[in-house]
Design a protein around this ligand. Sequence first.
Ligand code: ZN
Length: 349
Amino acid sequence: MNPPASNGTKARFTEIHPGVFRLALPLPGKKPGPVNVYLFLGQNKTLLDTGSSRTVHILETALENHGLKFQDLDRLVITHGHLDHYGAARKILSAPGSRCRLAAHPGDLFRIRTGLEAPVRHSFAFLRLMGVPPALSASLLSIFVVFKTMAQSVEPDWLLNEGDTLLLGDCRCRVIHTPGHTRGSVSFHLPDQSLLFSGDHILGHITPNALVMFERRQSLPKRSPQDEFYASIQKVEALAPRCVHPGHGGPMEDIFEVTDMYRRTFTDRQRKILALVQEGGMSVHDMARALFVQNLRGKRYPLELYLAVSEVYTHVQALETLGFIHTRIKGGRLLVKPSPQSANPEHLK
Ligand SMILES: [Zn+2]
């Protein structure tokens, strides 16, 4: 794969607020679209997210067009441990003479160090339980090869935790831990400007994935990313920011319009999953195919498959907590059945 071309004239940051700038860096595929990185100028010259390592030359050109070098940056802060958000960090930090320090949430340390949510064997064991055929699971390996071209592993210099305050440029900022999309996702709230930098926690043009969170020594993930995601939504709604700047796509001025859309979409998806469960005998993989089959075509199939299975499973977890369904493992597969008491999907609110 060739790195995307850097067009010197186009590689420019746009000022979105005095002293705060945005640059959209290209990503392969249509979704989720170019990844945003934000530059804060002032006391602490800070870059919020970096894009992937494949577009680091575009980032470098954009900074040069602004009269800056990597060495001029004081801080990198990372919204979460996905390759398109931290992938270029090591290249930036290793610029000769750099004094830049990297900060991320401890929940995503494994991701930032390895590029993976969990050891590969965990993902394979999970996919087997979900009923994914072994040949398809094996094709997931191709994703990991592609991923290696998008990020280099890196070690944060300091950790971000809920409630930490820091300066981004000259802007006072509070760290809001918003798990769901990943366990270590954070949003950055600027109370004086009433701005929120949300990473992939809040996106305007698509519903974010609440992805499976693996745990050591457990074959089935127990943490419920959907529930954590909803709790995180409430957290940022309570801040009522006048503008949200996401990890992909343009800014949003009405956070409630967006979060209402998420709730409607997720409820609709859970109704559909419940309807499928009532047909009986489907694996999570079967349900993912039935719900997302139009998306499970083309070159990115293995990744789409993983995301679809991951999403259906997290909804299954939420539906089980609500008492609509129950699950058990039989013959090395997760069986999903309706609960006899409340099997009507219309009961979902
Ligand atoms: Zn992400």
